[in-house]
Ligand binder design. Structure first.
Ligand code: ASP
Length: 364
């Protein structure tokens, strides 16, 4: 009996005080074993496009910088608190979707019919599980629905009414279409529609055969308006798991149920613990044709290239040569990061090795 009492006192009183440390008496023991600084990493983007220095007013630029800082810190804090890379990606993208500054969620661009049509995807690098959603009109945070597709359904991709029915079933917040309206995006659509009308009137006069084409044989009238604004995030958590996510309203004036690269795993989003996590933004048709996100991962996996070399090879060489534009944020399994874009600018932010946020917009 005496032995049992002594053992109990040792286990309940003495052992915990030795392990945890008692301030003043034994000095503070912070951690007995294990890594002092688990490697974590976090990056976001708010879209690539023609964002020239001087094109934003100082006030607007500050708004972008403040929001990007707030979001990158929130995602990083989630990782510091021990949350998973998938959690951090969802948290950050929800914040970007809720901001009218970006072309995702609130602030999404309008399609040709004057509607907001949202796409998103997410991927877990540990399991290669993935979820994508396209053509949404009522889901407040498409990234959360993409995650539900990944975690709560046997499918990878859902679109339109079916995806929204699944959202309802999963009790994911639905909103009236009016929620997505912003005057700025509406005015952008009106401007484009007006230009389109003027162009088609002029073309009626000209012969159809003399329609100008660029070097890729794409009629120039169909080239997209060069301002994007999609959002995305990539993360590495303390368990060494990578994740990536992307969300968008697509491209202004898109027609016929057009779906871009953002909800497509391998095109706009990819994550694999054996290589890297990628989120892209840019002219979706090219990201789809080139399978941009998966291609970067494959170059790393099969050719053992560094994250920056792989990203540059796809963006600066392949995408550039094909005539597409845009950019990517990439994080590898060791926490090395790369940003590559061939557009004028790209809203982007990451946490550097000192744990400080770095926010950039232009080619600097
Ligand atoms: N990639 C998106 C799309 O084509 C647009 C963007 O990145 O801004 O739908």
């Amino acid at each position: 009996m005496k032995k049992i009492t002594a053992l109990l006192i040792f286990c309940l009183v003495i052992l915990p005080s030795v392990l945890l440390g008692q301030k003043g008496q034994f000095g503070e023991i912070k951690q007995l074993q294990g890594p002092q600084n688990p490697v974590i990493g976090f990056m976001i983007h708010g879209g690539a496009g023609v964002i020239k220095k001087g094109s934003l007013t100082p006030e607007k630029e500050k708004e972008y910088r403040d929001k990007l800082t707030e979001v990158v810190l929130a995602g990083y804090k989630a990782l510091q608190d021990g949350k998973s890379s998938v959690d951090a990606v969802e948290i950050a993208i929800r914040m970007l979707e809720d901001s009218p500054l970006f072309n995702a969620g609130k602030g999404a661009v309008f399609n040709h019919d004057g509607k907001n049509e949202l796409d998103s995807s997410i991927m877990d690098g540990k399991t290669l599980a993935a979820g994508g959603v396209a053509g949404l009109h009522h889901v407040k945070n498409p990234i959360t629905l993409a995650r539900a597709v990944m975690e709560k359904s046997p499918h990878v991709l859902m679109f339109g009414d079916g995806a929204e029915a699944f959202a309802k079933e999963q009790k994911i917040e639905l909103v009236d279409e009016k929620y997505f309206f912003t005057q700025e995006r509406w005015d952008e659509l009106q401007k484009i529609l007006k230009e389109e009308k003027e162009k088609s009137e002029k073309e009626k006069v000209k012969s159809q055969n003399s329609k100008p084409v660029n070097e890729n044989n794409v009629p120039t009238a169909e080239l997209p308006y060069n301002k994007f604004g999609t959002v995305g995030a990539v993360a590495l958590d303390r368990n060494g798991n990578l994740a990536a996510g992307t969300s968008t309203g697509g491209m202004t004036n898109k027609k016929y149920g057009r779906v871009g690269d953002t909800p497509i795993i391998g095109a706009g989003t990819y994550a694999n613990n054996n290589s890297c996590a990628v989120s892209g933004t840019g002219w979706g048709e090219y990201f789809l044709r080139l399978n941009v996100a998966r291609d970067i991962s494959a170059i790393m996996e099969y050719q053992a290239q560094t994250v920056q070399t792989a990203a540059d090879r796809v963006i600066q060489q392949k995408l550039q040569k094909a005539g597409g534009d845009g950019g990517v944020i990439v994080m590898d399994k060791f926490g090395y990061m790369a940003i590559s874009f061939n557009s004028e600018g790209m809203y982007r932010a990451y946490i550097n090795s000192d744990g400080k946020p770095v926010v950039q917009i232009y080619k600097d």
